[in-house]
Design a protein around this ligand. Structure first.
Ligand SMILES: C[S@@+](CC[C@H](N)C(=O)[O-])C[C@H]1O[C@@H](n2cnc3c(N)ncnc32)[C@H](O)[C@@H]1O
Length: 276
């Protein structure tokens, strides 16, 4: 049996469905036979492939994924496409990615809208988990993005208030009682703070919706990912905040995105652009 065949056999025995593809990626990532053995060992012990090789493909980009950081999911590419489709004016809006994890979603929107070269587009991101912030800095800072550590809007510069055109938030939305039923790759290797959305899954997202109008520019949009079942409650939270809610669904991605748009003609004296 060749080394390649042996790797495929070990992965298949561990239950990896795409054993050939994974073997190829692990072999490419390894610098030596000993390193390959170590990488395969980590993978068969259950670590997500992306955390083992250190990157994930997302919306055509290669995104760094550090151990212990949420792996961006393919279904979230639908949120990126929705953000791009909602953006008309200005063509290069200020983008904020809250609960950013690796920062994949913000970087993908920035890249799609204006190219993510330094100075190309204004991109800010934040997360409460220091490991996620360190990882997002690796992904976003080369593109000129800024990443902050803290709870939701708390660490953002006050000067962003009333200026955000695209406010992305893929927060944790699994209801607490359902976390235990997630696949072991998520349950064991992604932090609970990245998964657990409280009793009905919407605890973090409700807080985001309530505060979003203070940060959105006139005509700007909040974009959230939820389950299909959660969409009506998320719609209610966004409507209660004074935004125009809309549900977008994709069978192709198996994804639901609930957006909240601010009135284009809003001139709200309570939230003048840039006010602290
Ligand atoms: C489901 S993961 C999504 C990460 C990223 N948006 C993505 O789609 O790949 C949720 C992220 O929210 C962060 N998070 C959870 N509660 C937070 C809070 N109160 N403030 C900021 N970030 C939070 C977690 O650390 C985690 O990185």
């Amino acid at each position: 049996m060749t080394t390649d065949q042996a790797v495929v056999a070990r992965l298949r025995a561990a239950g990896c469905v795409f054993a050939e593809d994974e073997a190829r990626l692990l072999t490419e990532a390894a610098g030596s036979p000993a390193e390959l053995d170590a990488l395969v060992q980590r993978r068969v012990s259950g670590l997500p492939l992306e955390q083992v090789v250190g990157w994930a493909e997302f919306h055509g980009l290669r995104i760094f994924v550090d151990p212990g950081v949420f792996v961006p999911r393919r279904r979230s590419e639908f949120l990126v496409d929705t953000a791009v489709s909602l953006t008309h004016e200005p063509p290069r809006p200020v983008i904020v990615d809250l609960c950013c994890g690796t920062g994949a979603l913000g970087l993908a929107v920035a890249t799609a809208l204006g190219g993510a070269e330094p100075g190309g587009i204004e991109l800010h991101a934040a997360d409460i988990d220091p490991a996620a912030v360190a990882c997002a800095r690796r992904n976003l800072e080369p593109a000129g993005g800024h990443v902050y550590l803290g709870d939701l809007f708390g660490p953002l510069p006050a000067a962003l208030r009333g200026r955000v055109g695209v406010l992305i938030c893929n927060a944790p939305y699994v209801p607490s009682p359902e976390v235990t039923f997630l696949p072991p790759e998520a349950r064991d290797y992604e932090p609970r703070v990245a998964l657990d959305g409280g009793p009905d899954g919407l605890a973090v997202l409700r807080r985001v919706a309530a505060a979003a109008p203070r940060w959105l520019a006139p005509g700007g949009s909040l974009l959230t990912e939820t389950s299909d079942q959660q969409a009506p409650d998320m719609t209610a939270a966004i409507t209660a905040a004074g935004l125009t809610a809309r549900v977008h669904s994709s069978e192709e991605y198996g994804a639901t995105v609930v957006t909240g748009s601010s009135d284009l003609s809003r001139t709200d004296p309570a939230f003048p652009p840039g006010a602290p």
